[in-house]
Write a protein that binds this ligand. Sequence first.
Ligand SMILES: *Cc1c(COP(=O)(O)O)cnc(C)c1O
Length: 496
Amino acid sequence: MGILYNSTRGGEKGVTASQAILKGLADDGGLFMPDSFPTLDKTPEELSKMTYQETAYEVMKLFLTDFTEEELKHCINGAYDSKFDTEDIAKLTYLVDEAYYLELYHGKTIAFKDMALSILPYLMTTAAKKNHADKEIVILTATSGDTGKAAMAGFADVPGTRIIVFYPNGGVSRVQELQMLTQKGDNTAVVGIDGNFDDAQSGVKNIFNDRAFGEKLAAAGFQLSSANSINIGRLIPQVVYYVYAYAKMLADEGIKSGEKINICVPTGNFGNILAAYIAKQIGLPVGKLICASNDNKVLYDFFTTGTYDRNRDFILTSSPSMDILISSNLERLIYLSCDCDCAKTAELMKELSETGKYTVTDSMREKMSDFIGGYASQEENAAEIHRVAETGYVIDTHTGVASCVYQQYRKRTGDRTKTVIASTASPYKFARAVMCAILGDGEKDKDDFELIDDLHNFSKVEEPQAIAEIRNAEIRHNRKCTPQNMEETVAEILGM
Ligand SMILES: *Cc1c(COP(=O)(O)O)cnc(C)c1O
């Protein structure tokens, strides 16, 4: 028997991987989790000789057990090709202070979301075929800036799919916004909501949970799915690059076989770091998982006190893709830490939605002790970007948060374990904040594209294709809505 998937809240059980990918979210509002963790059946030495695509197959075949070898390889080879500007796909680079930056931004939209969203459309269309789905798939996505563009780039003009993206108006960088508003493809729609990311994400979840609306959609020939990291089709592909990074470190003799590494991840919705945790569950030698937050430090507070409390001001920061107070994927860790007790998980999630907070038990905290929380204020982040730039390497504002938290951890603990820092976006995507951090406030009054030129002159890193694409592209989307009328907006876009 292969791996089957259960809802974290107990309402749905024994779902195949392809069905879980098609649905995105379980019917009871919970998230799908595998019924057991498989283990890697290749040794680190074997993995160290593999390409990214081969590694992807070794990892994904363990979880997506109802996909045939041919289907999976078709998905992998279609996704990880020359869309990426490096053959490595994920590039392990720049060792300093025992840390490697793992550049996950070499895809089409220059953020790490491409790592999973370039394969999700393949997985989804394959899953639809396998399950004889007869409806058009409508991908509803809330974005804090990067998921939206990466998902549209993946799904644009894919037959049998439509994609609708909601982003917080005024809550994303100018480059992020332009990337979305200029998106081509007749099946794409972008909507700026008058609210923050949490409003967008809650709104999308409410639409998923509205049965009556679901029936109306079905009658009109549509079926909803999600491209957010609540979809296991996002999560599993993200496990791959941690395995790949470990194998690369081994190949480059940065570590010995079996040596443990730490992983530090700039975190928002808790998807990327959860993927690192899953990599550990399948046998990758990983020690600590350092969870780096910006000023919206709910996760730091959670890991230091055991109480998750979203009742606080939402702060717009220079790392907008991490401006999140409700980290959806934390539900999966909660579920694992109470030994897959779905009643307990459902109870805590109910508390979260009713009171905005919950507290986990001591034994649950004990089971989460691999995670170390940390955070960096905007000033600390800017100082870290500046410090690293002086060594000749430019990082973006999200990676800056992780880099800063890693340095704090290293000083505080004296831990000298080799560490992978997830570098989640190209600095070009956040040129304004990056150049202000490096050259000072004199940069402030410049136009976004002047700042991009400054970044090019300073870093000598070639301007990515994604930037060239938006310089003169036509604005194609201008829809706006409030968090209250997202459902009507979806209906309108679908012509219902
Ligand atoms: C989405 C995103 C993050 C946060 O990742 P999560 O999986 O939501 O924790 C960090 N950095 C960048 C650049 C992102 O786009």
